[in-house]
Design a protein around this ligand. Structure first.
Ligand code: HEC
Length: 103
């Protein structure tokens, strides 16, 4: 009885911790992560000619490109290094933010 109760509680605690990590991304925090992309991709992702715009782009496509930069599957001059600096959760939040910006 005791061991199984303990295991159940531990599993419940893990679920709560994982749920909290996903639910609690502060929008202001996400905006400041995204601001780090502005020097190349433009303010709020509206790029100058010659750079890739991120504003209003498809979230899943941006996420796939970033994961490919991270793994090295997609060759890059700089993004393979930048993408490695963020967790997958941070990149998901950042791409969602850019997808929501007007083109
Ligand atoms: C120092 C300049 C620079 C910064 C800062 C930068 N990028 Fe990039 N980004 C590039 C360049 C250059 C490319 C083209 C691929 C390459 O050569 O690395 C690119 C490509 C991309 C692409 C693929 C675009 C496409 O349609 O092919 C995405 C998505 C992207 N960046 C997202 C981001 C995000 C998110 C950030 C902020 C966390 C960011 N970038 C910060 C320079 C930058």
């Amino acid at each position: 009885m005791k061991p199984s109760l303990f295991t159940g509680l531990a599993a419940a605690a893990l679920c709560l911790a994982a749920g909290a990590a996903h639910a609690q991304v502060d929008p202001l925090q996400v905006r400041s992560w995204a601001a780090a992309c502005a020097s190349c991709h433009g303010t709020n992702g509206k790029a100058q000619p010659g750079n890739e715009p991120l504003a209003g782009q498809n979230k899943d496509e941006m996420m796939k490109k970033l994961m490919d930069f991270k793994s090295g599957a997609k060759p890059a001059t700089i993004m393979h290094q930048l993408a490695k600096g963020y967790t997958d959760e941070q990149l998901a939040a950042i791409t969602a933010w850019f997808a929501a910006q007007k083109k």
